[in-house]
Design a binder for this molecule. Structure first.
Ligand SMILES: [Fe+2]
Ligand SMILES: [Fe+2]
Length: 352
């Protein structure tokens, strides 16, 4: 890892140009062999209608993201897909999504989303992609992938008369019949063991689908045992959690852990704050945060390019219908910030 942020400088001064082809100019580095980038695509929600018909908008979002990722320069070392490949977890949806993703020219790592899981409890997804949680090392960074969208056994196994009903109950955004997401004891034990081999000063990047922080329970922007995961992660010097699911740009800092979300290729969610009844359940966010426009159907949808050459995650957001944005870790302030909009902030919200 070296301390240079040339890519970020390039990105923030607008060198990333246009939509197609995507170009990213990288300047010289002291130790370029240690620098790397990866692309991140998330929340495609491929939705089957009937026969070979799928919801076109969601298809196009993913197809476009794959095409743009293939044109990236410099080439990312790998691509992450952040979960919710399917809308209702069906085989046609997962197959169609897999077919679109197969056009990627890079090694691709997958994260499980609740929309992929709750029809058959991840069985077909695992046939396609293997383990639901795992870790790997790449150029001095320890990467961990968790399945964070599990929930209580009673809800999963006993509550619903059919798998389809279970899936549709979990698919709803503001649904009192849903159930909070969690990582669960099995993965927590695995994570503890996995991290025991990692040195304190090794940068750690964790991928989950739901935020490993408690933002807004009503919409399941929430992981019930996030505190337990944070405890295990908090002992490392540089920890970065990247999550999907929320379909919007979020960033936050809890202790040593920097959190950044990735966007959706399908649609943006509005912000929980905009929900009239949410006043007493405002997100627990400690870093002032600019927000995209929830009334623009393509705002906060797109793809992002992640740079970890400082050991901290910096994200460039390439938005389909808005200015590109950059959320980078500010070492002086000790948390991520939206460098494209430093003048626009909403107040940090109180813990409750
Ligand atoms: Fe999603
Ligand atoms: Fe999700």
């Amino acid at each position: 890892m070296n301390g240079r942020r040339d890519f970020i400088k390039a990105a923030s001064t607008g060198v990333i140009a246009g939509m197609l082809p995507v170009s990213v100019v990288r300047l010289s580095h002291a130790a370029p062999e240690n620098d790397f980038t990866f692309a991140y695509i998330s929340d495609a929600h491929i939705q089957h209608i009937k026969g070979n018909q799928f919801v076109r908008n969601w298809d196009r979002g993913l197809i476009r993201a794959v095409a743009e990722a293939n044109l990236l320069e410099p080439k990312p070392d790998f691509v992450m897909f952040g979960g919710d490949l399917a809308q209702l977890g069906s085989k046609p949806e997962l197959d169609h999504g897999a077919e679109i993703l197969s056009a990627l020219k890079y090694k691709t790592h997958m994260v499980m989303g609740e929309h992929d899981y709750y029809l058959d409890l991840g069985e077909y997804w695992s046939d396609l992609y293997g383990d639901q949680y795992y870790s790997f090392d790449h150029k001095g960074v320890h990467f961990v992938v968790l399945n964070s969208i599990l929930t209580y056994d009673d809800w999963t196994f006993n509550r619903w008369e059919t798998p389809e009903r279970r899936m549709s109950e979990m698919a709803g955004l503001d649904n009192p019949n849903g159930s909070p997401f969690m990582v669960g004891a099995t993965q927590l034990n695995w994570l503890k063991k996995d991290l025991s081999k990692v040195k304190k000063d090794t940068p750690v990047v964790v991928f989950s689908h739901s935020p490993l922080q408690k933002i807004y329970k009503g919409w399941n922007f929430w992981t019930e045992d996030a505190d337990d995961v944070q405890k295990l992660l908090g002992k490392f010097d540089k920890v970065n959690v990247i999550y999907g699911h929320v379909h919007q740009i979020q960033y936050n800092q809890i202790g040593r852990i920097a959190f950044t979300s990735v966007m959706s290729t399908a649609w943006p969610w509005p912000y929980p704050q905009s929900y009239a009844q949410a006043e007493s359940h405002l997100p627990v966010l400690t870093v002032p945060m600019n927000r995209a426009d929830p009334f623009d159907e393509r705002d906060a949808t797109g793809w992002q390019f992640v740079d970890v050459n400082t050991g901290r995650v910096d994200l460039s957001f390439n938005l389909y219908s808005n200015d590109n944005r950059k959320v980078a870790f500010n070492a002086d302030k000790g948390h991520p910030e939206d460098v494209s909009y430093p003048q626009i902030e909403i107040a940090p919200q109180r813990h409750y």
